[in-house]
Design a binder for this molecule. Structure first.
Ligand SMILES: [Ca+2]
Ligand SMILES: [Ca+2]
Ligand SMILES: [Ca+2]
Length: 555
């Protein structure tokens, strides 16, 4: 009995060995890998644009109270980035907002200097968004570069959105988006995989619209012949790789039509012109005729899941684990208490493949609400297939992870005895699929492909890191536990908390009467700072204006 007790105690203690998240430094990977949101129907997300999310950020800066502070003077605002579907690094945004009179354009610039990646956003708002015109009349640019050596200044993300009202009262929305693969899978080396999207939408005021999104994926490495042979969107062989003028390894064009309730869309793949196919479980056959391949989703009521490769797995030092395998037989395992009759999770173990990938079994789920179909993967699919849409009785189904491992779960690894801490770094929203024959969907007609803007559409505005003072806006409350800076108070603009004669909005050290200036935002007063150089991103070598984007493909 004593021995049993001893082992039991030891094991019990061991379960609680993992350090509390609050004990890790702000610079630790376990904290600095911020949560991102993805959209399951991602072609549509890129098409409609993250512009909504950025407008949400701008709105939450309380810019009306702090516009026109002074020539080039900014203010600091801690925003709830997650609430706007942005990444979870809650450092202060530095905001410069200018609107001399209410009839002038609102011009806002935001930047967030830090030592991992440098985001800068510029908005020129001519006409606010409205129910009649949800796109407004605006130009919005988002530029994001790496701050980590040896990739300093390498683009990670780059987007330009422009909306305008045409002569016929139609609203035209155009967008280009450049995404480095590291955003989608942060174990892919920066620069290896590049996604480019060009979008054009024509919106009829007070009703709906139609649009086209072109997706080009470039990869500096050879793609496996297995992938190229198995999926029609992939280049058959010998692609020339590089963005923007090489031939991409994958191409698709998504055409869509929408009203206020639903979006209907169809994807045309690659070099063959083949439409997105689905497996019809009622007839046991794959169908890819153009009439049957249209998909349709509700614009509201989304449900969420965590894709198996969108976790962060950390060791007790707070570092991402380096263990990596793609072989289920070699994966590290840990017991996980989850009751199910699902046959792909029969041994009660979660599988750790690498620092992002946590396997929890697969389950056929209904795309409208995430409900289960049976206790296995979808009929007609193979284990591992999370792409094929399966149609059963007019409803669409797909394989999803059986369950999500909650944020903060500590796993005890069977093979090594180590403890791992799991974070949910990517949460996907699924827009509910409408069934075949849905009346709202039937009322819409998808138009032929429109020409979409290419990479020369990017604006690359120069957004300068401004001088700021104390934090004037804080949208996070004291219970937010991820980043301690988020728990800070905020200060009244014209007050002088430390009575040093410098008003709070100009006082970078609002509680220290001996300090007030920090132009490089490194928290060192500039009179004591050896280097007050402010980083400025340089896009010169990344514009590629002398090159055409690859265009020899079927739309
Ligand atoms: Ca002061
Ligand atoms: Ca001060
Ligand atoms: Ca400084």
């Amino acid at each position: 009995m004593r021995i049993c007790l001893f082992i039991s105690l030891l094991f019990t203690n061991y379960l609680f060995l993992f350090p509390a998240l609050s004990s890790f430094s702000e610079a630790s990977p376990i904290k600095r890998n911020g949560k991102l949101f993805y959209i399951h129907q991602y072609q549509l997300d890129v098409g409609f644009g993250r512009v909504n999310d950025y407008l949400c950020l701008f709105k939450n800066t309380e810019y009306k109270n702090f516009s026109n502070l002074g020539d080039g003077i900014g203010y600091e605002a801690i925003l709830d980035n997650n609430a706007c579907q942005n990444g979870e690094v809650n450092l202060p945004w530095l905001v410069v907002s200018k609107q001399p009179t209410s009839s002038d354009n609102l011009v806002m610039e935001m930047s967030m200097p830090n030592n991992i990646a440098d985001p800068r956003i510029k908005l020129i708002l001519e006409e606010e968004t409205s129910a009649a015109n949800p796109y407004g009349v605006l130009t919005l640019d988002y530029n994001y570069v790496s701050m980590l050596a040896p990739t300093l200044n390498t683009p990670i993300y780059n987007a330009t959105y422009e909306s305008s009202v045409l002569d016929n009262n139609q609203v035209q929305f155009k967008a280009t988006v450049y995404i480095d693969g590291i955003i989608l899978d942060n174990l892919i080396p920066l620069g290896q995989q590049v996604y480019f999207y060009g979008t054009k939408i024509l919106h009829n005021e007070n009703s709906g619209g139609t649009g086209t999104v072109t997706e080009l994926i470039f990869n500096t490495n050879e793609i496996s012949p297995f992938l190229a042979a198995g999926l029609v969107q992939y280049f058959p062989n010998g692609y020339t790789k590089n963005y923007p003028d090489g031939n991409p390894y994958s191409i698709s064009t998504t055409n869509f039509a929408y009203n206020e309730n639903v979006v209907k869309y169809e994807i045309t793949y690659g070099y063959t012109g083949q439409k997105n196919s689905f497996y019809n479980a009622d007839t046991s056959s794959f169908e890819s005729s153009s009439s049957g391949t249209e998909l349709c989703v509700s614009r509201t009521g989304s449900w969420e899941y965590v894709p198996s490769k969108k976790y962060g797995v950390y060791d007790t030092n707070g570092n991402r684990i380096t263990f990596s395998t793609t072989d289920p037989a070699q994966a590290q395992t840990a017991d996980y208490d989850f009751t199910t009759s699902n046959v792909t999770y029969s041994d009660g173990k979660v599988r750790i493949f690498n620092g992002s990938w946590v396997g929890t079994g697969l389950q056929c789920k209904k795309l409208s609400d995430g409900s289960f179909y049976g206790d296995n993967i979808c009929p007609g699919t193979n284990l591992g297939d999370v792409f094929t849409i399966v149609r059963i009785n007019g409803h669409n189904y797909q394989n999803f992870p059986l369950f999500d491992v909650p944020e903060g779960t500590v796993l005890n690894i069977d093979q090594t005895g180590q403890e791992y801490y799991v974070r949910q770094l990517g949460v996907s929203k699924v827009y509910p699929a409408r069934p075949q024959g849905d009346a709202d969907c039937n009322s819409l007609t998808i138009q032929a492909s429109m020409d979409t803007p290419d990479h020369t559409f990017f604006n690359y505005p120069v957004v300068v890191t401004p001088r700021t003072g104390a934090i004037l806006v804080n949208k996070l409350n004291a219970t937010t536990d991820l980043f301690s800076q988020s728990r800070g108070a905020y200060y009244s603009k014209d007050g002088d908390e430390d009575r040093d004669g410098i008003p709070n909005y100009l006082d970078a050290f609002p509680l220290d009467p001996l300090k007030n200036l920090d132009v490089d935002h490194d928290l060192i007063e500039d009179t004591e700072d050896n280097d007050t150089t402010v980083f400025q991103p340089d896009w010169t070598n990344y514009k590629h204006l002398e090159k055409a984007i690859y265009s020899n493909y079927l739309k």
